[in-house]
Structures are given as C-alpha cells and as structure tokens.
Design a protein around this ligand. Structure first.
Ligand code: SAH
Length: 262
C-alpha cells in the first residue's frame, strides 16, 4: 500500500473538501452530539470524518473506493464507536444499521449518484432522523422548488412527500480539490415526523408524477392521456389545460388516490 497522495478518481465523483472554514460550517450545521448515530456516505480522505470522530458520536462510514478504504482504515481505528464499510452506498442496507435511534446521514455526495441515492434513502426514511448533503446547487434548487417554479418537478415532489427541505448555504468550487465545474450547496432533509400525505399507491403516484412532467411544455391532459381523461381530472378539481408545474403536491395526491380507486 503506497503512502503517495491519493489521485482523485473522476468515475467515483471525487472532489475533496479542503477549505477549513466550510468544513467547520458543515459541522455546525450537522451539530453532532455524543449520543447520535451518524452514517457518512463517501468519507473520501476524511475531511468531514475527522471532526465527526472527535464529536464522539457513533459513526458508520460507507466508502466505495478500495484505495481510500485502505487509507481510512489506517487513519481511523475500528471500535464500538467507529465502523468503516467498504461498500456501494447505492446498494447498502442503511436500515440494517438502525438500532432504535433515528439515523443521521451525512455526506459530500458524489454528484453522479446523488439522485438515485436520494430516491433509495426515501424508501428508508422512517429510520432516518435527518440528512445533510452536499449536492450540486442546481439539484438543491430542484429539491426545494414549489409549484409555479421552473425547477419544480419529479425530484421536488418525490423528496417533499417524505421530507422537509432546507437549503443551508452554497459552497464555491474553490473549496475542493479538484475543483468541480459547478456551484454546490448544503441541504438539510428532515423526514416528516408524521405522514404528511396519505398516498394509497406509491407506485401509481410516482408513475403519474413522472408522466405529468414528461414534457414540461405540454398540458396535464396531454401528458396523462394514457393514464386518465378530462373527467377524472375534473373530479379531483384539476384543470386539464394546466401544466404539471402549476399543480400542488396535494393535487397529485388527490389524483393518484382517485385513479387508484377507480
Ligand atoms: N467526503 C469527502 C469526499 C467527497 S468526494 C470530502 O468531503 O472531501 C465523494 C466520495 O464518495 C469519494 O470518496 C468517493 O470515492 C465516494 N463514493 C463515490 N461513489 C460512491 C458510492 N457509490 N458509495 C459510497 N461512496 C462513494
């Protein structure tokens, strides 16, 4: 095993944080407590891992790059408090780590896997207390967008049905090595304590949302013509000539539940 500096791998979406001010700001946002159970996705060279370890929380980290796993294992000793998982976060069973205490998940996420990873975490959101992620700013804008905005779409809806979304602050490309091409932001996702929307059939709901936004410039009537007609839209009080981005999440929930019954 070499002691040479690690060479960042593009295919793993590696952009390492080096800016101490930003690292501090991220830690302040997470505010780790000694009794917390935190999972870090993509610890990389340990920029966030190190201060998390010092907070005395229980920490599990999940890293895909074996070379980095090797380096991390030399730097941080395994204990009751710290476990290093050499694994792919996209297939990792987060719920299996759940020991009763809500999990807190953090990570400067590899941008190429951020959307599928978020979708996966939503399926396990009942075990999660909160999440703090570094994402492309553009993705964060989509996560928090509401009806009427150009960014409002499938991602906004599928996250907001499960979580409250707070964009916290932006992070300049200069804070990383190598520098990413785009601006990043830190976002906090907090799963709703109680079910906020009653969705009878989540598979159908997602199918409708996906179809509704398939062609943003088209009307709801057009995008949903395979799934429903003007009459069903009328029953749930949706104007067939509207565009998907004008509908609220409640509109989509009413429509999906109505179509599920009929
Ligand atoms: N947290 C570090 C590294 C961020 S770069 C920092 O802020 O400096 C993203 C990290 O995620 C890299 O370490 C990369 O190897 C890792 N990674 C990429 N794909 C992954 C996956 N599917 N599962 C787990 N880790 C992954």
């Amino acid at each position: 095993m070499s002691n040479k500096p690690h060479k960042a791998r593009k295919r793993f979406g590696q952009n390492f944080l080096h800016d101490t001010r930003i690292i501090h700001q991220i830690l302040m946002a997470i505010d780790p407590q000694p009794n917390d159970h935190i999972i870090e996705i993509g610890p990389g060279q340990g920029a966030i891992t190190e201060p998390l370890v010092h907070s005395n929380c229980k920490l599990d980290v999940v890293e895909l790059d074996r070379d980095l796993v090797e380096r991390l294992s030399r730097r941080f000793t395994s204990s009751d408090q710290f476990t290093l998982h050499s694994a792919d976060a996209l297939t990792f069973d987060f719920a299996a780590l759940h020991k009763g205490k809500p999990l807190r998940i953090v990570g400067n996420l590899p941008y190429n896997i951020s959307t599928p990873l978020l979708f996966r975490l939503m399926d396990q959101s009942s075990h999660i207390g909160d999440m703090h992620f570094m994402l492309q700013k553009e993705i964060v804008n989509r996560l928090q967008a509401g009806p009427g905005s150009k960014q409002f779409g499938r991602l906004s809806i599928m996250i907001q049905i499960h979580c409250q979304v707070e964009a916290l602050f932006d992070v300049d490309p200069e804070c990383f090595t190598p520098k990413p091409k785009v601006m990043s932001s830190i976002v906090r996702l907090t799963p709703h304590a109680e079910e906020k929307y009653r969705i009878d059939n989540i598979v159908l709901f997602e199918k409708i949302v996906k179809a509704a936004f398939a062609q943003r410039r088209k009307t709801i009537r057009n995008n949903l013509k395979e799934l429903c007609n003007d009459e069903s839209l009328g029953v749930v009080d949706i104007n067939p000539s509207a565009r998907a981005e004008a509908l609220s999440i409640d509109d989509f929930v009413r429509l999906a539940n109505h179509l599920n019954e009929s």
